[in-house]
Design a protein around this ligand. Sequence first.
Ligand SMILES: [Zn+2]
Length: 267
Amino acid sequence: MYKYFLFAGLILLSCSHNAYRSTNKSYKKQVKEFAKILREYPLKDSAGLNYVADWVGSTNLSMRKANYVIIHHTAQNSCEQTLKTFTTPRTAVSAHYVVCRDGTVHHMLNDLLRAHHAGVGKWGSVSDMNSSSIGIEIDNNGSEPFPEAQINSLLVLLERLKKAYGIPQANFIGHMDWAPGRKVDPSRFFSWKTLADKGFSYWYDTTAVQVPVDFNAVQALRIIGYNTAKPEIAIQSYKIHFVPQDTTRIINESDRKILFDLMKKYQ
Ligand SMILES: [Zn+2]
């Protein structure tokens, strides 16, 4: 009996590996191509610059690393579905990590490579977030709470990334922060306070806050990082992140206190 279960277990294990055998191969092939670019001498890089005759190799270098973490929810029904999406070339989307409901973490591409998760947006003066961030997708359909096991795995992952790459506390943001109006993930069920309490992004304390009369709330949103070209959608993203229970796009007295406090932490 025991032997039978062991055998069945082995079949299951090998099946789940087989499912991604060809996409794993594709990943390896693409990485090999990138490595080839790095190994060209004299240097020939993707900007097409060509100073062949005068090339001098420096002795001092390392790989580039991410300076931001962008958090998403998948808006799909299972991790399997997301893994499928991220291994299908025509979707052209990916993330470095997928965190499943049960806390399983799938690492899908090297942190030093560029994933296709952020898309068009702006945060502060950053205009190409894919080049400077690590993307984390949380398996969630967008209208359900996030299980504890999943958040615990996320916190462990964030801790390791923050430490490994020296990512500043302010630089853990959501997809909706990056792309107001276009994106609303992670949803209002996601607790940014839980993250901030552990040192990933900031939270506010308005207990003793006195807001100056001439305080400009939209300017504060811009100082925090939001693209305020269309203030009402910047406000919407701010509310999803910091005041999830409020579905309006209006800045009230309580928001002014929150923003005044946050502005000082993010600036
Ligand atoms: Zn997203």
